[in-house]
Design a protein around this ligand. Sequence first.
Ligand code: GCV
Length: 864
Amino acid sequence: MGFRAAAKTGKIDFLAMVAHVAAIVALVVAGVSARAQTADQGWLRYSGGHPHAAIPTSVRALSSDLKEQSAVRELERGISGLTGAKANADAANGETVVGTLSEVRKAFPAIAAPAHLGPHGFWLKRTVWHGSPLVIVAGANEHGALFGAFGLLRRIAINEDLTHLNAIESPALPIRWVDEWDNANGTVERGYGGRSIFFENGHVRDDLSAVGEYARLLASVGINGCNVNNVNGAAPFLTPDMLKGLARIADAMRPWGVRLAISVDIASPQKVGGLKTFDPLDPEVKAWWAAKVAEIYALIPDFMGVTVKADSEGQAGPASYGRSPADAANLLAGALEPYAGVVLYRAFVYNNHLDYKDLRADRARAAYDIFHPLDGKLLPNVIVQIKEGPIDFQAQEPVSPLFAGLRKTNAAMELQITQEYLGQQRHLVYIAPMWKQVLDFDLRAEGRSTPVKAIVSGKAFDRPLGGMVGVSDVGQDWLGSPMALANLYAFGRLAWNPDLTAEQIAAEWTRQTISTDPEVVATVDKMLMQSWPAYLHYTGPLGTQTLTDITGSHFGPNIEASEGNGWGQWHRDDAKGIGMDRTVATGTGFAGQYPPAVAKMYESLATTPDDLLLFFHHVPYTYKLHSGKTVIQYFYDSHYDGAAEAARLGEEWATLKGKIDPQLFDDVQGRLEYQAAHAVVWRDAIVQYFLKQSGIPDARGRAGHYPGRLEAEDAELSGYSVIDVKPWEDASGGKAVACQGATSSQGDRMAAAPQTSDGASASGASLSCSAQFAYSGPAGHFDIAIQYFDLQGGVAHFTFNVNGRAVASWAADATLPSRRPNGDNSTRFTARGIDLKPGDQLRVEGTPDGNDPAALDYIEIHPD
Ligand code: GCV
């Protein structure tokens, strides 16, 4: 799990270290790539130090069922790993048995078993049988027994006292799926953990060992379904060859009770079947789906169902024939019904060509406007899959009103485990606190308490089905960042029990994954809990959504990218104010989609909570929040606070040195350094943008003033030329320098004709440019941050000199988005512990490579 996007730091002896570090890195990388991808790299480490005499190591199943056998293998492996005792050491010391409740009753008739367990639930009991300890892992069925085995192992791993173990659990939600947006060519849409574990070159991979390990991880937190392919471009997944491959995937997941689902393209009868139409009401189309579904079940008898994205973002849909989503969903539901399969029909249907000038137009309205009228018209095996917010996985949104708008229809909540808009796993963001806010939000439907968790469990409106679907997008490096696995863990735990708290889940995960040392647990949990608020503070608070490049990477800052286009992720900022008026009285009417009590709250400025103010109201920058602060001052403060909070995450992690696995320590430390630096990029972009837009200064004097910063465009340049960065707010002062032959206003002819360091034309061998800064501050010991742009398509090199002596050198080899200099790839190298005195000459030399023109934004000097 090496990290390729780290901000870099260096000491004065950096050059000497380079060769040594390179050798170590090569070894580590070789080791990592040779290492098999296993669930142990997640939270199933089962590392020692948990002596549990209470749990017999002799384990057996009461039947030959596949899941019970998996449970036995897992218990043997887990108990011996965790306790250090040899598996099956001595049956005379008692035994741990796994079975269904009825098998247990039969085998141990004298033991009083619970009368009933909820579907997929389990009972864990420690007792004595014929004088020896007996631990019972009993499931409502075999699947429940498997969940029980993992439930027991979790209790051992987190050091619960099991002497009087007697616990009953069952999942609150029937549908607990992960969705993967994998493409047949092996790429993963919005995946940040490497290439697909399922597909490559248009086929299912030969080696599916990682799929089995993934299913093991999923089963350990109670997940029961996995949809393996992208909701976009799903047609190729219904070809006979692909279906055979999918059957192998189902085989790999089956021992763990994780059932296969796939995304289907509603136009498949035409695209795959060669029919003239895919009209959902056409009898031939109906027959085609019936035959296709029969073909699937012949290969995969426990196939769970399909997910559909239709009439959305370029995907074909029933609207082509003037039909409704209900027509399409019921068509598929009818075909799946004989096999008890389900249809997850996504409510993410909207027009992405909205008229920005129309102040009544509102993408947030779409799901409710389209699906609410269909309530009661969908077959019982259809579940409407609703994104948790009305827009699209933003850093913060209100809860989708559609959850309360479907009372006679099954509903599932879709959320993202992969961090598309939340820092793409390069930033630490533990999302469970946000998911908890959504699950606990009381929509007050029918004037009574109806929190989202009660709706998606089916309880609130007495629905037979419902659930949670997490877009996970794992790859061959799982989620890409070891800390991001806390989100996958949390998703499963919340889908099993939405009443757990985010803190509880964080503590469980940390204990299983990092350490049970109370100090470590406290520190990591604190960091996890701080991470989402910090991210919100530096990326887009008060309900503005993530102020990122919504038409591109979805990663770095780009405030205007949301505006002026048809995508409808608008926040409508201008010189006077900001926010979308979504009130019924004067705006788009979105607030009126909520049940009356909630609608009333959002309709009024006075009762809308500050953190969603700008989602519901357009206000002047001088509008005073409930806190008494103006909106603009809150923007300044929250961005400075957020960047400081991001820096603090790294400081907190630093206290764990020597207390945790060194490789994990180094990996996460590199990521947190990068995050702290990128939070500054975010802070500066948003602060300088709104300073210019509003013309209102920061009462605390920070915005637009950067102590210790020296701009590259003001330096003595040799070879470098000044460029306008786009968007302007992504560079300090809007400008940077690039080592290129001709100045490009967009920065898009990068490195076309680099010049030699003395400014000669680019025909020689050593092509580089330099920016020289004269130091005029007091003498002292300093850390010097060099802010540069690390573009895709080349590995530029930099050297930092003080008075002609090279003190550090590094390669711009991170894997950040974009081929142009902007906030996606603005990053920094920090040279630490540098002695400076007035008059010293600081020089950055950049050597371009390929598309990367060694672009430089500024240097910043701070006492170390
Ligand atoms: C699979 C967002 C993402 C898309 C994704 C879409 C969806 O728009 O950026 O990559 O497409 O959501 O959920 O369908």
